[in-house]
Design a protein around this ligand. Structure first.
Ligand SMILES: *Cc1c(COP(=O)(O)O)cnc(C)c1O
Length: 377
């Protein structure tokens, strides 16, 4: 039997996240024809599920093979017409990526950057839009580098006030936090499969408003073929129509994952994510780790924590891995100073305790699990 090294470890990196056995089992079912009625029904169920999870009942759902970065790229190139500018409101590494993608397509960018560990403020966005105008704004719901959850309702309202279309990167939130696309007036919610949805990596997820689709239609030609929504549209309305081969088995996994999410209930799922985050951070505080992220914008899907004095990044994560728990280092200016733990998707409160035990073992502390239990129940 094939078995990758590390298969027994608990993934506490902020994506890919642990995949439940039922979801993994779906992947190993026989691959059926990509244009079959059977697969079309599965894809249609996935689209309905994404509408529910994103709060986008009026959205068109595009699902195709790729990663979160391709979803970001697809959103930009389908919405920004030649000669138009893009306003990037960035709370970290993943927000900055929108700028890099825009630059690769020669799209001029106005870049608004938050102080490290904080969020761009609605006032700053308002001022920037007054100054530079802008017909398209990118926001990042949770920046997975800084652990910042953006104050979405306020930011989206400002962008809407200026008449801009809003692209929301929900790679690290969709399935773990409420997104409320229609209620907020977001135009594109983009995501990947491997974070809070708890599916193995490999799917682009795009929920697209009518206004955003109309924007695409108003642009004659976009600089992509595979990620052109106009090319996918027919196939997404009727998946039996071929544009490019559907990622058949990944749709099995997404179908099962979405069913589990809707069975759990969105409200309960969001509450579980909050409880896990608060429990984990209470436990980690006892062990000497406090958030690098500003307190008012802490994301429920991951924790970005500063190392206590004397704990070295590489050694710590090696010790953790030896205990079967995988955590991620920090990126950019926090590299070496802190550590990132994901707690989203299929992660359970038991996993939180397992993680805390491994950390306690690595730093020679105790009391983390008890502190977490006091919060999580
Ligand atoms: C992980 C992540 C991405 C990039 O997704 P990939 O699947 O690695 O390409 C983009 N944005 C956010 C917020 C992410 O967390």
């Amino acid at each position: 039997m094939f078995k990758p090294e590390g298969a027994e470890s608990l993934l506490m990196i902020p994506g890919p996240t642990p995949v439940a056995a039922e979801i993994l089992a779906a992947l190993s079912e026989p691959t059926i024809a990509h244009t079959s009625a059977g697969l079309a029904a599965i894809i249609a169920r996935c689209q309905a599920g994404i509408r529910s999870v994103a709060g986008g009942e009026r959205a068109e759902i595009f699902l195709f093979a790729g990663s979160g970065t391709l979803a970001q790229e697809a959103a930009i190139v389908n919405l920004v017409a030649p000669g138009e500018r893009l306003l990037v409101a960035s709370n970290g590494f993943f927000g900055d990526r929108f700028r890099q993608i825009a630059e690769a397509h020669n799209i001029p960018v106005d870049h608004l950057t938050a102080n490290l560990g904080e969020s761009v403020s609605p006032d700053a966005l308002d001022e920037q839009l007054r100054l530079s105008g802008g017909t398209t704004v990118t926001l990042t719901h949770v920046d997975t580098a800084t652990g910042v959850a953006a104050p979405l309702p306020e930011l989206v309202a400002v962008a809407k006030h200026h008449g801009a279309l809003v692209i929301l990167d929900a790679v690290c939130s969709l399935g773990g936090m409420s997104v409320d696309m229609d209620a907020l007036g977001v135009d594109v919610v983009l995501s990947g499969a491997q974070k809070a949805l708890g599916v193995p990596p490999g799917l682009v997820i795009l929920a697209v408003s009518k206004a955003a689709l109309n924007r695409r239609r108003s642009i004659e030609r976009v600089p992509t073929y595979y990620a052109d929504l106009a090319n996918w549209e027919t196939s997404m309305r009727d998946p039996k129509q071929y544009f490019s081969t559907h990622a058949v088995n990944l749709f099995y996994a997404l179908d099962v994952a979405l069913r589990r999410i809707l069975d759990e209930g969105l409200k309960a799922r969001v509450a579980r994510h909050l409880a896990m985050a608060e429990g984990f951070r209470a436990g980690m505080a006892v062990l000497g780790f406090v958030p690098l992220t500003e307190r008012t914008v802490l994301a429920p899907t991951l924790s970005v924590l500063a190392y206590p004095e004397g704990v070295e990044d590489g050694e710590f994560r090696d010790a953790l891995a030896a205990n079967g728990v995988i955590a991620a280092g920090c990126l950019g200016r926090w590299k070496g100073r802190g550590v990132r733990f994901g707690h989203m998707g299929n992660t359970t409160t038991r996993d939180i305790e397992t993680g805390l035990r491994a950390v306690a073992d690595a730093v020679g502390g105790d009391g983390g699990v008890e502190a977490a239990r006091a919060v999580m129940g």
